[in-house]
Design a protein around this ligand. Structure first.
Ligand code: ADP
Length: 624
């Protein structure tokens, strides 16, 4: 059992190895051309065959080519020695495929009887004249795939006429070689039987010079057709595309050719035979046959190798680049790329984008300008505000000067008298270090007191913005009360201070908050003055409400004038002859800048109460 399995495995291995070897074998192919290598149609045919073979087999192709050059020998009399030479040369080759490419390559082989070349699968590529009344058998043996190329001059001319419908004259220009003459005779036959209403002129047996001279001045509404031109009457040989180029350049009318030879060289195009397609088709057949297909299984139809193709430059030259008369699905080649035309949507979009962007940029510039103006205005108004602020503060502090000088007088007098006492002690020799130390300490204490009064006034006079910091609100209030105290005494105001015992911390600009307090206290004092009450009381208190501290300055004065009550916090609203009406505006803006609120109310028992709220510093909130 084991032995049998082993044999089976070995057999499988050998078979698969053999198969792999077989599929990797090099394919030997011989192409026999009827004419010499100069034949212009050979290049596109050969290119097509090569392309398809390489696509399939890569470098596993052994390709040989021979040219019978039959144009150099009398018809039906191909020299036996030359043919035998090919027979001899290839007799040891194991050909996988023979490709015969016209003209008459198959006939040359057949005419030499028992040829070695008769033994292989064959592709025969040649003109098939059966539609023109001639029977040329393109088969070489019973394994021949035939790529018969039919010349359809009728359709070629009718297509040319359909795009130049007003044509009245057709000029046919042909060369002098037998093939040129055969092609000319086909053309003649075609037009004479189908287009009776046109004038035909057949220009044969002319030198190229003569031809060029004539085509230069053909009557209007003419077209030129060049069926084939290989040699002129002076026996000068022309490569067919070259002849078409010369004629087209010199002509005053559109030039047509029957095939893609000369296409791109000056022929307009039209319904033309594509030798490129013939080559690709032959290459496809070759691949299939080499892969085992039956050569007799292929059929070729005209559409396989004809196409409607136009040279855009020629259409432009004759004024019909966008003609609606061109057959549907025509191929237009050599179209000059007009960048604007080709990319009009992209260019349009880009332009639109640029335009929109410009508008946007314009708007931004305007906006920026407006913003600058606004900013300037804001700065100006802020400066004005700060000026007002300063003025208001100076005004208020000016009112304090009297009491301040009194306040300052105390420490200064104390310093003076203590210092004089010290001098007296020294003069009387009673000074001992302990006493002097005590005297000097008193001087230092009084000096500190004076300095602290001055610094709080200086701080209040300062205009610059300061960073908000955590400050004890109670301390701020007490400082203000200390500064105002003498003023209160002067006006017989009783200050009733009712503050929470614990320190209340807020994040604030202390000086600004003090200004608010000072403004409100002064207003209260003035309201008391106005009311002329005998018992003038200003109550300063604070209380906690959720996360806020509410500070109130209450008086039992005149109360807020009802006429201005609603617009109290608007600028320049005042009920005082010497008032500026900006004190409360400043207070409101300072409190709002601290995210607080300020409000005013008249008390039922008489007088007014102004309150403002401030947020308690976050880390202190839980205390209350
Ligand atoms: P000014 O003091 O220069 O008038 P303010 O903005 O400080 O400007 O005050 C505006 C007005 O508000 C005062 O003129 C006054 O009529 C009224 N007012 C302010 N505080 C009080 C108060 N405590 N009692 C009554 N009226 C007040």
């Amino acid at each position: 059992m084991l032995k049998q399995s082993l044999i089976l495995i070995l057999l499988t291995f050998f078979f698969s190895f053999g198969y792999a070897q077989q599929t990797k074998e090099t394919k030997t192919i011989l192409i026999l051309f009827g004419l010499s290598p100069a034949q212009p149609a050979y290049r596109p045919i050969l290119d097509g065959i090569r392309q398809k073979l390489t696509e399939e087999f890569g470098d596993r192709i052994d390709l040989h080519m021979e040219y019978f050059e039959i144009e150099n020998y009398p018809k039906n009399n191909y020299p036996k020695e030359r043919f035998d030479m090919y027979n001899e040369k290839y007799k040891d080759f194991k050909l996988d495929l023979l490709i015969c490419v016209g003209r008459n390559a198959v006939d040359v082989i057949k005419n030499h009887g028992e040829s070695y070349f008769l033994n292989f699968p064959t592709i025969s590529v040649d003109f098939d004249y059966s539609n023109l009344g001639f029977n040329n058998d393109l088969r070489l043996n019973d394994q021949t795939a035939v790529v018969g190329i039919k010349i359809n001059i009728d359709k070629m001319i009718s297509t040319a006429l359909s795009i130049f419908p007003t044509t009245s004259s057709i000029y046919f220009i042909g060369g002098t070689t037998p093939f040129d003459k055969v092609m000319m005779s086909f053309a003649k036959e075609s037009v004479q039987k189908t287009m009776k209403d046109k004038t035909f002129t057949f220009m044969t047996d002319l030198s190229m010079d003569k031809i060029l001279h004539q085509v230069n001045s053909l009557p209007d509404q003419s077209i030129i057709f060049v069926p084939s031109f290989n040699t002129d009457s002076k026996m000068v040989t022309y490569y067919n595309p070259e002849a078409i180029r010369l004629i087209s350049r010199g002509a005053n009318s559109p030039v047509f050719a029957y095939s893609d030879m000369g296409f791109g060289e000056g022929s307009v195009g039209g319904y033309i035979l594509s030798f490129i397609k013939v080559g690709l088709l032959s290459g496809q057949f070759a691949v299939k046959i080499l892969n085992g297909a039956d050569p007799n299984s292929f059929k070729v139809i005209e559409q396989d190798y004809y196409e409607n193709v136009f040279d855009w430059r020629e259409l432009l030259r004759w004024g019909i680049p966008d003609s609606e008369l061109l057959p549907k699905e025509s191929i237009i080649l050599f179209k000059e790329i007009n960048l604007v035309e080709e990319y009009k949507w992209i260019i349009g979009s880009v332009l639109l984008f640029v335009l929109l962007q410009s508008v946007l940029i314009g708007n931004l510039i305007r906006l920026n300008k407006n913003q600058k103006i606004m900013t300037k205005k804001i700065i100006e108004s802020e400066n004005r505000y700060r000026e007002f602020l300063h003025e208001d503060r100076s005004l208020r502090l000016g009112q304090l000067t009297a009491s301040l000088s009194h306040e300052l007088n105390q420490p200064l007098t104390a310093i003076l008298s203590t210092a004089q006492a010290g001098i007296n002690f020294i003069n009387s020799n009673q000074a001992n270090p302990e006493l002097l130390k005590e005297i000097l300490q008193k001087i230092v204490d009084n000096d500190k007191r004076g300095a602290s009064i001055l610094s709080s006034i200086r701080g209040m006079m300062k205009l610059e913005r300061r960073e908000k910091e955590k400050v004890n609100l109670n301390a701020l209030i007490n400082e203000v009360i200390a500064v105002y105290n003498n003023e209160a005494v002067r006006h017989h105001n009783h200050l009733n201070v009712n503050l929470i015992h614990e320190p209340v911390y807020v994040t604030a600009d202390g000086i600004q908050i003090q200004q608010v307090l000072l403004n409100l206290i002064f207003n209260a004092s003035q309201a008391l003055e106005k009311a002329g009450t005998s018992n003038k009381v200003i109550t300063i208190s604070n209380s906690i409400h959720l996360d806020e501290v509410i500070v109130s300055i209450q008086d039992n004065g005149s109360g807020i004038d009802e006429t201005i009550k609603e617009k109290l916090f608007k600028p320049f609203i005042t009920s005082k002859t010497e008032g500026m009406g900006i004190g409360l505006v400043i207070c409101q803006s300072i409190i709002e800048d601290h995210e607080g609120k300020i409000r005013a109310e008249n008390l039922p028992e008489g007088g007014a109460k102004f309150s403002f709220s401030l947020k308690i510093s976050k880390d202190e909130q839980k205390k209350f």
